[in-house]
Design a protein around this ligand. Sequence first.
Ligand code: SAM
Length: 210
Amino acid sequence: METPAQTGAQPPLNVNFWEQHYQEGRTRWDLGQPAPPFVSWFQSAKAPPPGKAIVLGSGRGYEAMLFAEQGFEVTAVDFAPSAISEASQAAAERDLVIQFLQRDIFDLVPEFAGQFDYVIEHTCFCAIDPSLRTAYIDLVTELLKPGGELLAIFFTHSRPGGPPFGSTPEQIRQLFEPRFTVMSLEPVTNSVEARRGEEHIGQLRLKAGG
Ligand SMILES: C[S@@+](CC[C@H](N)C(=O)[O-])C[C@H]1O[C@@H](n2cnc3c(N)ncnc32)[C@H](O)[C@@H]1O
């Protein structure tokens, strides 16, 4: 798998970039709550059964805590020390057991290869440089157990530049379909106001031999 260092795409979207945002309180992406589409998933019959899950770019840990509360065994990864520290504290205050890792997601393999039933994605795919999307798909593929699933909320806005870097449902299918069966990829109907009409929720299952 090609790493950020090999592609040369990392700066300025490195740990310092994100850590500085946390330290200066410039975290406009932060909803202060788990993403509503995941919350409503758990209130519906479509809710995925609990399993071992990893949250990529977990920020202040809202999705990690939501999935832990639903009985999932959760690992949450972010390379920004402030994000991990704040998320760990919030989880401890709720008596939630979550494995927090301060780590570059692209350094998770081989250590965590093949360990997870689920990869949870919310505003990490849109935070990395688009040149790393293939590496991201390699990563998700390698983290999952056979038949494992990516549960994702994709930021499908069409503005140029980023972060957040937008993507279209067509691009998502094109990128993932060689290795994943797209079980569902639907427009989100209960986004927060600022993201209304610009999110898709997806359940993508790793193909055999993916
Ligand atoms: C836009 S924020 C979203 C945070 C969280 N998912 C949320 O929705 O509140 C992107 C997060 O991904 C983290 N991140 C970006 N690239 C990363 C990488 N290569 N490895 C680990 N974390 C990364 C950043 O530190 C930041 O916390």
